[in-house]
Design a protein around this ligand. Structure first.
Ligand code: AVI
Length: 320
């Protein structure tokens, strides 16, 4: 990260903030402007996301939970006894609990960039599953990391729920799946949740909820830039917009400048024309065929796929 290195000479940032600063400067210097969706999830953003997951319009979370519940026994039947469960990204523990309750795991390894979050999460699970070894790893799961020595020799099962894969560009999704295969090793399995392409109105509403929570979630990244990087975004001068891009099978979230303005961040000026957009997130929606092809391209085969009755969401068991 070129900008991060230059910035580090003038600003006393820790490693994470320095990477954030470098990405923000680089991405807002592009045309069209963009920001990475991974920066949504500070404490306020993670809380807003939790609120999104229970919105009436936001179907993915409750649909995936429904599949994990109703197909739990089938999913459990593919998990070898005493396997280690490696979760890529650690959010609410509701989903992983469904697996832990039904399967006989020898260890659980949540992997997340936020160490604080991991500690809190691990504490709750240790209490409720006293027999289970919980070995958190604080790492960016999109890059290679080492598995803890405690799970050596156990069969490995990856877990990547929530259609987080959909927030990766297709080349990033392939890179992630390849890297996960590398980390988990020969003979591993992976349980992954993937959102499906569907009626555009349903997709539109899911990212334009009536209560405006998604708008606040989107705008929060500007609040975070102001707080952590000393930016001077006038957050009220931007508005949330989500649109479905049919050709690319993705919902796009944008922040639109309501008027011409210049924003100053870390000694640099960024000018906006009225109506100019910052592309903050893409959420790709897959067909079963397109996901199967993506998995194959990345060294996995699809062993089993489960969907809900209305084919809104899918959960897949992959084999390395
Ligand atoms: C985390 N991720 C899968 C969510 C999604 O649906 O793409 C993030 C989100 N963005 C807007 N609403 C929810």
């Amino acid at each position: 990260n070129l900008h991060a290195a230059t910035l580090a000479q003038s600003y006393p940032f820790d490693e994470q903030t320095s990477a954030f600063a470098g990405d923000v400067i680089g991405d807002l210097s592009q045309f069209p402007k963009r920001l990475s969706p991974k920066y949504f999830y500070d404490a306020a953003g993670s809380e807003l996301f939790e609120q999104i997951t229970v919105l009436p319009e936001y179907y993915p979370t409750r649909t995936e939970l429904g599949i994990l519940r109703s197909r739990g026994d089938e999913i459990a039947s593919i998990v070898p006894r005493g396997a280690a469960l490696v979760e890529f990204g650690a959010g609410a523990t509701t989903k992983v609990r469904l697996l832990l309750e039904r399967c006989d795991f020898g260890g659980y390894v949540p992997v997340d960039i936020s160490g604080d979050f991991l500690t809190a999460q691990a504490g709750g699970l240790r209490k409720d599953f006293p027999e289970l070894g919980v070995y958190p790893v604080a790492a960016d799961f999109t890059a290679p990391f080492a598995l803890p020595a405690e799970i050596e020799g156990m069969p490995k099962v990856g877990f990547f729920p929530g259609s987080t894969l959909g927030n990766f560009e297709p080349h990033e999704a392939r890179a992630f799946l390849r890297s996960a295969r590398e980390i988990l090793g020969e003979g591993a399995q992976m349980i992954i949740g993937v959102d499906l392409e569907k009626n555009e109105r349903v997709l539109y509403d899911a990212y334009n909820d009536a209560a405006g929570v998604t708008a606040r979630f989107n705008l929060n990244v500007l609040v975070r830039i102001n707080r952590e990087l000393g930016g001077n975004f006038d957050v009220s001068a931007f508005m949330h917009r989500s649109v479905y891009n049919r050709e690319r099978h993705r919902i796009e979230m944008h922040l639109i400048a309501k008027k011409a303005q210049t924003v100053r961040i870390l000694g640099r000026n960024f000018s906006f024309r009225p109506g100019e957009s910052i592309h903050t997130e893409s959420s790709y929606k897959y067909s079963l065929d397109r996901f199967t092809a993506l998995a194959r391209d990345s060294g996995w085969s699809v062993r089993e796929s489960w969907t809900d009755h209305d084919r809104m969401f899918s959960v897949h068991a992959l084999a390395a």
